[in-house]
Design a protein around this ligand. Structure first.
Ligand SMILES: [Zn+2]
Length: 288
């Protein structure tokens, strides 16, 4: 993997495991929905610079490239290239989708062995296919939780609104070949951990280096999308199971803080990589 300016950030975790963060464009989401149960009085000052006239925030589509001696993993695929112009405008979607973005970074999409997704919402699973419907990562197996596929393709009306079901049906068989039932080590040092909370089958990804000075990086998907997500109680209005989110965030963040894990945020534009530090009964995010 060659690392250059097309990559937002990269680091060596030890033992031949490298991680790079690639931003596959940005889109916009309603600020109130992103901050869920949190009163505006508490968050307004955090977003004053970025909130637009339609009360939306700019959300990056952060993807991770993981290079290990045993293979290559892509985490998340962003929105992709199959949106209608109307949908593109409605979402405020801008920038380069993941497949051409990887090429810009000198990374052949055909060399990806595994694509892991935190969950299957449109802004995480949209990049599996190219504009013409071909697989963007032809050699890769796709790893999301089986529970996520089941809810994503269910006839619950909220699920039908949260997922792009016609698109997911096109990749369902591909997804079924490698879907996970619980925690799984994808390659030595790269594991997915079910979390639930944001969606029924939401999962995090943990990457561990080896050898002297080895470090660990965690990607908690949309349980930790922006710096303010470091407070376990600050969950989004999109979380289907907010009580689970609060509980699981508390557990995972405690471990991340205690063991000094590097944390990559799913939707932060400017400072997407940092660490979690304990702060009374919550945590604070400190960018690296
Ligand atoms: Zn998202």
């Amino acid at each position: 993997m060659s690392i250059n300016d097309a990559v937002h950030w990269s680091d060596d975790l030890g033992g031949g495991t490298r991680v790079a963060l690639v931003q596959a464009g940005t889109f916009r989401s309603d600020a109130g929905a992103l901050l869920g149960p949190v009163p505006r009085l508490l968050w307004n000052h955090l977003v004053a610079e970025e909130i637009d006239h339609e009360h939306r925030l700019t959300q990056a589509l952060n993807c991770l490239l993981v290079e290990t001696p045993a293979g290559r993993v892509l985490v998340e695929t962003g929105i992709g290239e199959r949106l209608s112009d109307k949908n593109r405008a409605m979402r405020g979607y801008e920038g380069t989708p993941i497949e051409p973005k990887l090429r810009e970074a000198g990374f052949d999409p055909g060399s990806v062995d595994i694509v892991a997704m935190s969950h299957l919402h449109f802004d995480h699973a949209g990049g599996l296919l190219l504009a013409d419907g071909a697989r963007a990562f032809p050699r890769a197996s796709i790893v999301a939780q089986r529970a996520e596929w089941e809810i994503a393709l269910s006839d619950n009306s909220r699920a039908a609104a949260s997922y792009d079901q016609p698109e997911l049906r096109l990749v369902r068989d591909w997804g079924a070949e490698a879907w996970a039932d619980g925690e799984r080590e994808l390659l030595p040092g790269v594991s997915v951990i079910p979390t639930g909370g944001h969606s029924a089958g939401h999962q995090g990804v943990v990457v561990r280096g080896t050898g002297e000075g080895a470090r660990t990086l965690a990607f908690f998907g949309d349980l930790c999308m922006r710096p303010w997500s470091a407070n376990p109680r600050w969950v989004t209005g999109f979380d289907d199971f907010p009580l689970t989110s609060v509980e699981v965030k508390g557990q995972l963040f405690r471990r991340a803080a205690a063991e000094g894990w590097i944390v990559a945020l799913s939707h932060e534009v400017k400072r997407p990589v940092g660490r979690l530090l304990p702060d009374r009964d919550r945590f604070v995010y400190q960018p690296v």
